[in-house]
Design a protein around this ligand. Sequence first.
Ligand code: TYD
Length: 228
Amino acid sequence: MVLELRELCLFVTFEGPDGSGKTTQAQLLYEYLQECGYPVFLTREPGGTGIGDQIREVLHSLENTEMLPQAEILLYSASRAQLVGQIIRPHLAMGEIVLCDRYADSTLAYQGYGHGLDLQVLRVITSFATGGLKPDLTIYLDIEVEEGLKRKLSAYQAGEAEWNRMDQQEIVFHRRVRQGYLQMVAAEPERWVVIEAAQPIDVAQRVIRAEVEAKLRPERAQEGECER
Ligand code: TYD
């Protein structure tokens, strides 16, 4: 039986420390939702647009060691403003599910908790950049900082990931980022789902699918696999 879908218009973001496997999980979820027949769009931050990709290069270049945290937040926000206006809002307006690999919570975690910039100021800048667009659901992949960086480094050495200016930050910075995420989860538990990133990829993916399906069709949340 093909079920009637209500207007989907669901905005799901993926967050987590470096090396937590967000990108893999976002890609697997994207493929699954597509197979199920849902209209779904996958994007990422920073980047996701032509302009955003140019900003990403500036942000992540290992040569830009002199970049100030204030410049960093404005560049991440510029990339985000472009992505929200050019891509995310139009796709949501077409009734699609939008998946985004990192979003505004990364700014609070990295520039706020990590660099120590004023969280209230960051919220104002973020609200200006996004026009107030917030995720319906945020999947947080949690991992010990050392383990995450180790994974990211091996992925880089295998040519599967970039090693960027943010990865290069000292370990205490990454610890503050993780603590920041955990505080944000605790402050707004109804929006966040915490996934233990150390568990096998397929096990984590099953939990993520169930959470997303519960948002899409609350009445079928217990049944697992979609039928479309
Ligand atoms: P990326 O290579 O996409 O790594 P990951 O797979 O971990 O997402 O790098 C994104 C980096 O940018 C990551 O270290 C987090 C950082 N970042 C911020 O510091 N602030 C932000 O607002 C965003 C979106 C990302």
